[in-house]
Design a protein around this ligand. Structure first.
Ligand code: 3PG
Length: 306
């Protein structure tokens, strides 16, 4: 089978070598499409692909229409909002993710961003410490739990909100459960966002929630830019000179925010949370194994469009 490894943001060379070793060892061929310039390059490359491994690459209905042989897409990572699941299902294409495989890298970045903002973006201005501050983790899944664990080691108090977990599950994973998003924002010095982009979450974090944060509050977004209501964020930062926003998913209005609020905002130039050699290897190799298993045994573990 032909496996297209389509990564606009390429994996580390070691991850690519590992993917090839697994796939070729099982008799498959790997074709690389890295750093492609336009979506039309992806559309052209899928023409004879039986399987695909992607990252945040956009698998739209147009891509699926152009891929008559395609049977499986594995998103090497957690979030699959970049895949048109309905179109994939209509084409009979199985879509999987690789949950947990890149979580540590994202969690480490979230912590780094908290320190970066606490220390005024590594300028000599007087900063603050994380010790004794309360961190609210919005969604206590694979990444959220690791953020909580690492923040606890730095002496922070941890609260978590997760509608899919019981209080007992949250407590046994080291956080104090809170029961509403309003409570989470009102009581947390730092909020770290780990929710997916869904119709119900898009634009859900705006002026009302952000301005509930205590004095000096810092909002950390390593999840998706779409979950923020950007106009609401701007209004909150304007009204509350003590609030800060740091993100790995650059807002559309970043230039304006930076111009208006300076060191109170920061966005990485390109999403880099999962961009470590370890995360690339973990997620990439897991994706290759899932494809090999799918063709060998029909295994659909981790399918997200059931
Ligand atoms: C994910 O959903 O796994 C992360 O956002 C990482 O995305 P990336 O593979 O595009 O870096």
């Amino acid at each position: 089978m032909k496996i297209l490894l389509a990564t606009q943001k390429p994996f580390a060379a070691k991850a690519v070598a590992g993917i090839k070793e697994i796939a070729e060892g099982a008799g498959h061929e790997v074709v690389l499409l890295e750093k492609y310039a336009a979506q039309s390059d992806l559309v052209a490359a899928v023409a004879d692909a039986d399987a695909m491994i992607i990252r945040s690459d956009k698998v739209t209905a147009e891509v699926l229409d152009a891929a008559p042989k395609l049977r499986i897409v594995v998103r090497a990572g957690a979030g699959y909002d970049n895949v048109d699941l309905a179109a994939a299902t209509a084409h009979g294409v199985v879509v999987m993710n690789t949950p947990g495989q890149n979580s540590n890298a994202v969690a480490e970045l979230a912590l780094a961003m908290m320190i970066f903002m606490a220390r005024t973006q590594f300028t000599p201005a007087t900063g603050s410490e994380l010790l004794g501050k309360r961190l609210g983790v919005q969604a206590y899944g694979n990444v959220g739990r690791l953020v909580g664990q690492k923040a606890r080691a730095l002496g922070m108090e941890i609260s978590a909100l997760d509608p899919f977990l019981t209080d007992e599950q949250i407590s046994s994973a080291g956080a104090e459960p809170v029961h509403s998003v309003e409570e989470l924002y009102s009581t947390s010095d730092y909020v770290s966002i780990h929710i997916p982009a869904l119709p119900s979450t898009i634009g859900s974090i705006g002026y009302d929630l952000i301005t509930r944060m205590p004095k000096g509050g810092v909002l950390v977004n390593t999840a998706r830019k779409e979950v923020i209501d950007e106009a609401g964020l701007e209004k909150a930062l304007e009204e509350r000179e003590d609030l800060k926003y740091v993100t790995d998913v650059m807002p559309d209005n970043y230039e304006l925010l930076r111009e208006r609020f300076g060191l109170r905002v920061f966005a990485t130039p390109k999403k880099m949370g999962a961009q470590t050699a370890e995360a690339n290897i973990n997620a990439g190799l897991a994706a290759a194994r899932q494809i090999v298993d799918f063709f060998a045994t029909g295994c659909t573990r981790f399918q997200v469009n059931k």
